[in-house]
Ligand binder design. Structure first.
Ligand code: CTP
Length: 394
């Protein structure tokens, strides 16, 4: 799926499997989706609103009577690209089948005009009850996708068909329905991230506020889309990034050296690192005493992207800019000067973005087209940038 938005509603019914949907939510976010969780009121007995709000980063409502002025049951239904309802109880399935709108989730489903995947979980005797069988058949006839529950041991001692499927099986179904493909299979994606540190003496350095979160998001997204991923990491903890080849560097010079080795064989470069623009002219081998710290002479570091664009062959190059004013003009000038295909300009006015999980700014491509993004997750931005690269790779 591509485009500026990847909006999803995760509906949660009152089954014990509700806690398993916490993992599901994370996996959907990894795919670049911004997720609005809509639990049924009774499901809050299993997993509370606070958990969903913390995991999704969004407010959680269960009734149309909350935020009435926003007409949420229509606005959320309109912005969503997809609905996933997991777990769905026999009662929730019945209410959807009958077109009820007695809570926010069922109201949304009634108003939705997008694909809906329902993942039932209930006791086998409820799953095989004639009413449920008829309701499921009716929903399938109307175009809903209703997964088959798994056969196995239930919460009690009973065994039968009714178990909530494994997250991986649900995600597989979701990927099929949303057209999520490993569109970077066989491609090499090189990502840089974090902030370089330019040593003044053995103790001090010149650094910056970059957290590396955006680079980690790009690396994860590219991996999920099938790429071979290399990350050049400047002061970032990448320990939870399994499957990515990581090179740790400290200074702009070291990053330049790593890039010159890895860039020639990559297909896509995503240059998310905040590279220091200047470094101390002299590196002191001894710690400088505080009374000698008044002036530190600086000299410029090389522009790594500009150097790479001079030797590039077929690589797609994506850069970042952090600006506080005149976003489009400044970023477009950098796009040209650095030979980039796409640039994402962060609006960092007021110290926003650094260290956060969300970002706001603008994607600008060589054609001059731009997409404004407001408060999207860094995972979502990662996927949008990769969408651009995939389109350009053809
Ligand atoms: N960049 C680079 N080499 C540098 C500095 C920056 O390759 N020495 C890259 C960054 O990784 C980023 C892009 O260039 O992808 C833009 O970085 P930014 O700091 O916004 O631009 P600068 O060229 O440093 O310009 P200025 O600081 O004057 O805004």
């Amino acid at each position: 799926m591509s485009g500026a938005s990847r909006e999803l509603v995760l509906g949660v019914g009152a089954g014990i499997a509700a806690y398993k949907s916490c993992d599901l939510l994370r996996r959907l976010q990894d795919r670049g989706y911004s997720v609005t969780v809509v639990p049924t009121p009774s499901s809050l007995n299993f997993v509370g609103s606070a958990t969903w709000a913390a995991l999704s980063g969004r407010p959680v409502s269960t009734q149309v009577w909350e935020n009435v002025h926003e007409v949420s049951h229509i606005s959320i239904a309109r912005t969503a690209d997809f609905f996933l309802i997991a777990p769905a109880t026999a009662d929730l399935i019945a209410r959807i089948a009958w077109g009820r709108a007695d809570d926010l989730l069922t109201s949304l489903v009634l108003a939705a005009q997008v694909p809906i995947l329902i993942v039932p979980a209930m006791h086998p005797s409820m799953w095989t009850a004639p009413a449920t069988v008829a309701n499921v058949a009716l929903l399938r006839e109307r175009g809903f996708t209703v997964m088959e529950p798994e056969i196995g041991r239930l919460t009690g001692s009973d065994i039968g068909q009714g178990r909530f499927p494994e997250s991986s099986a649900i995600i597989k179904e979701f990927d099929t329905l949303t057209g999520f493909t490993q569109d970077l299979l066989g491609k090499r994606v090189l990502v840089t991230g974090g902030g370089t540190r330019e040593a003044i003496d053995p103790v001090r350095f010149i650094g910056n506020r970059s957290s590396g979160k955006q680079a980690l998001a790009v690396a994860k997204a590219a991996l999920l889309r099938g790429a071979h991923v290399q990350l050049i990491a400047a002061s970032i903890d990448s320990s939870d990034l399994l499957g990515v080849e990581v090179t740790h560097v400290e200074s702009a010079e070291e990053m330049g050296q790593a890039l010159s080795l890895q860039f020639p064989t990559c297909d896509i470069l995503v240059m998310a690192a905040a590279v220091a623009d200047a470094k101390p002219r002299h590196l002191h081998s001894e710690k400088i005493k505080k009374n000698q710290l008044e002036v530190i002479e600086l000299e410029p570091t090389p522009d790594l992207l500009a150097n790479l664009s001079a030797i590039k062959t077929n690589q797609i190059m994506i850069g970042f800019a952090a600006e506080t004013s005149e976003l489009i003009a400044s970023a477009s000038a950098k796009l040209i000067a650095k030979g980039l295909d796409v640039i994402y300009v962060n609006d960092v006015s007021g110290g926003a973005i650094f260290g956060k999980d969300t970002t706001q700014g603008m994607i600008i491509s060589r054609t001059g087209a731009h997409i404004a993004l407001k408060e999207v997750s860094k995972d979502a931005l990662a996927n949008l940038l990769l969408d651009h690269a995939v389109r350009q790779l053809g």
